[in-house]
Write a protein that binds this ligand. Structure first.
Ligand SMILES: [Zn+2]
Length: 376
């Protein structure tokens, strides 16, 4: 592969304060969807940021290898398919099709890898066996539990908060079979009627965190450069993913940097079907250009949570117009402008600063940025 070296030396990106030195490629693992419902703005925001991270890495001279999994074995998916009276496999396939259509409409590139959890059941069984051998897990009543008592501290949470979040995210802290309520199932015994596979512990199915560990490890080996996902996945999902992977491989840290994309709220409340406040991507795209929706998501620090209001789309449309007209100008300082753009994006993927710069300078930097942000 021919690479262009900049005068600054090897590429490096700073993500969440962590400097990540890179050479030719970057392994980016993004927690994907559980295909049980329509895509809303909150999902879309995380995937637009992952897409933009990939484009920015390529601009820095690094080939991104993005893995975005599909969690197609999951209790919430199972429950949704039952409510719809459908087999979970075909139900997931239809939801997946709609998700792919929404992502294409938003100009989100297809990831290099898109593993599906149901294809990695064998690897989860191997992971569970390995964790048992290492004493990091125990088998009980057909399930295998990972010892997770230190996961709370790892995520900077006190035990009470960790238990609350564990309950909220289907961690079953009240499962009486566990030694500690913060232990999590690597392998979960399946009740009759639920998806189930043969295992050394009987009929069961993989635990959510273990699925991602198996997929990430199968595709990338023991560690990744950047692990991305919505901020609400920080705990329990990402904390247990990292803890299981590190316990299994002994390689630390599992992820060199974490891109936790800020949550989108409506009037201060988290978007949820149960709250009836979902902003569906399909509806946004029916009334607004995809580029304006993308720019509304991207023109802010990626880690910051934000409140959606329709007026933000007008602000984004005006900003987009500014960028497009700047792109049409010829600027004298194009190479210097592009180098400055590189510096700004390498530091925390600072899109607002990059936009200010591109709109001010115009010409090549503005055209380059429009491509990196997926606005062309
Ligand atoms: Zn995940």
């Amino acid at each position: 592969m021919t690479r262009i070296r900049t005068a600054d030396g090897a590429p490096a990106a700073v993500i969440a304060g962590q400097r990540v030195e890179l050479l030719d490629r970057a392994r980016v693992y993004a927690c994907g969807i559980t295909p049980y419902d329509v895509t809303h703005l909150g999902h879309a925001a995380a995937f637009v940021w992952v897409d933009t991270l990939g484009r920015a890495l390529r601009f820095l001279g690094v080939e991104p290898e993005v893995c975005r999994n599909v969690t197609d074995v999951d209790d919430v998916l199972d429950a949704a398919a039952r409510r719809a009276g459908a087999a979970y496999g075909s139900f997931a396939a239809i939801q997946q099709f709609q998700f792919d259509r929404d992502m294409a409409a938003l100009n989100v590139r297809a990831p290099e890898h898109e593993p599906r959890a149901h294809q990695y059941v064998g690897q989860v069984i191997l992971l569970a066996s390995g964790l048992l051998d290492l004493g990091a897990a125990y088998a009980r009543d057909g399930s295998v539990y990972f010892r997770g008592s230190d996961a709370a501290g790892r995520a900077g949470l006190d035990r009470a908060e960790a238990l609350r979040l564990s309950g909220e995210y289907a961690g079953r802290p009240d499962d009486p079979a566990k030694d500690d309520p913060l232990d999590v199932a690597v392998w979960q015994v399946s009740e009759p009627g639920h998806p189930a596979w043969e295992s050394p512990w009987g009929l069961g199915r993989p635990g959510w965190h273990a699925e991602c560990v198996a997929m990430a490890m199968s595709l990338f080996g023991p560690a990744v450069d950047i692990h991305a996902g919505g901020a609400d996945l920080r705990f329990p999902h990402h904390a247990y993913h990292a803890a299981m992977a590190e316990a299994f491989t002994g390689v630390r840290p599992y992820a060199r940097a974490w891109l936790h994309v800020g949550t989108v709220t409506i009037a201060g409340a988290k978007m949820a079907k149960s709250a009836g406040n979902l902003v569906l991507l399909e509806e946004l795209l029916a009334g607004h250009p995809a580029a304006a929706v993308r720019l509304m998501i991207l023109d802010r620090p990626w880690a910051q949570s934000w409140d959606y209001r329709p007026a933000l789309l007008d602000t984004a449309a005006a900003r987009l117009e500014g960028l497009y007209s700047a792109a049409g100008r010829t600027a004298a300082s194009d190479p210097a402008g592009v180098a400055e753009l590189r510096r700004v994006l390498a530091a925390e993927l600072d899109v607002p600063a990059a936009l200010d710069l591109a709109i001010e300078i115009g010409g090549a930097p503005a055209r380059t940025l429009a491509g990196i942000l997926g606005l062309t």
